[in-house]
Design a protein around this ligand. Structure first.
Ligand code: PMV
Length: 342
């Protein structure tokens, strides 16, 4: 039997840019939104190049995300400035950016990357997806590669899996692909506009998590027996969510999205050792959603690798949701985007 050839991130970049190697211009810029998965990406079939075991589907927020500027510098090291603060080169954020830049440059090139996110610290949203999508766009601008969105989606995926979905506004599907080099694993937009849809951000805690999504995914895939059911769960939920979007059926969208998030957390609970991101207040908030639903209010939640809830409902229930959840931030994903992506 042939030994499986391991594909590196550098190989993927070579495949996309072999014909386009160019010298950097003076400056490049990119901007990209935060996305929230309705059908989750959980588990990699290739950890080197972030290839997922299953497809996933998300909604981008119109008003939260990252804007990134990049320029070459005459220095022996990169500078990464996040929201006005120079990041220590040993920090996790700076090392991820430097490692990403290494994929695209010659040995001598160094860069100054300045990224501004407008994601409220208290919203309980991860910023790495919009950050890597904005950086991929900024690099495309700087080097004038002229890549297509789906090619940039592949490049963003190399920074952080879910970043591949932040190249578009609205609903987005990340195709699982089957190639070992991942060239067919990128995100595509779903053209449905659902103006009344609302996402409510309920922050339970902004404390750093005990385990990051990368090691948590890896442990789940390696040890959870429940994970063996995950692909079938996703296949059913993807079909439901696609159909719900096409018919703008909130009940159907919410039921499948909430169930999918709970199933993802169930695979983590079955990991050895178990992974549990929820706080007592997360469970209280979930129960409050169920209580409201039993009283006839169509409201659902989803949760990622953390304790915070994202509520899914329609515009007409905004006032009620705001009165029921203290400090909820309500977002209209199809409002005019500040990201020029539609
Ligand atoms: O892209 P990562 O490594 O940050 O993983 C994201 C995982 C989830 O947020 C839990 C699910 C998802 O699809 O975004």
């Amino acid at each position: 039997m042939d030994a499986q050839v391991k594909i590196s991130k550098g190989d993927v970049v070579d495949r996309l840019l072999a014909e386009r190697k160019s010298v950097p211009g003076k400056r490049g810029s990119g901007q990209a939104p935060v996305n929230i998965a309705l059908c989750k990406y959980w588990g990699k079939r290739d950890e080197n190049i972030n290839l997922p075991c299953t497809p996933s589907l998300s909604i981008s927020l119109a008003e939260f995300g990252a804007k990134t500027d990049i320029e070459p510098v005459d220095s022996d090291r990169d500078v990464f400035i996040l929201n006005g603060e120079v990041q220590d080169k040993a920090s996790d954020a700076a090392s991820r950016v430097v490692e990403y830049l290494d994929l695209f440059r010659t040995e001598q090139e160094r860069f100054r990357v300045e990224s501004v996110t407008n994601i409220p610290v208290a919203a309980g949203l991860a910023s790495s997806a919009s950050g890597f999508a904005a950086l991929a766009l900024a690099l495309d601008d700087l080097f004038e590669w002229g890549l297509e969105r789906r090619e940039l989606s592949v490049l963003a995926r190399l920074g952080s899996g879910s970043a591949c979905r932040s190249l578009y506004g609205g609903f987005t599907e990340w195709l699982v692909g089957e190639r070992s080099d991942g060239m067919d694993s990128f995100a595509v937009p779903i053209e449905t506009v659902w103006e009344d849809l609302r996402i409510g951000l309920v922050e339970i805690s902004s404390a750093p998590k005990a385990i990051g999504s990368r090691p948590a995914m890896s442990r789940t895939v390696a040890t959870s027996q429940f994970y063996r059911c995950w692909a079938a769960r996703v296949a059913e939920d993807m079909a439901e969510i696609r159909a719900a979007i096409a018919s703008r059926d909130l009940e159907r969208l919410g039921t499948a999205s909430e169930g999918n998030a709970l199933a993802m957390h169930a695979t983590m609970l079955d990991s050895r050792p178990a992974i549990l991101y929820w706080k007592p207040e997360s469970v209280q908030a979930m129960q409050h959603v169920w209580h409201l639903r039993s009283a006839g209010v169509p409201i659902f939640f989803t949760m990622d690798a953390g304790p915070n809830l994202k509520l899914i409902f329609e515009e007409k229930h905004t006032a009620l949701i705001e009165s029921e959840f203290a400090d909820v931030r309500v977002e209209a994903p199809f409002a005019k985007s500040i990201f020029n992506l539609f």
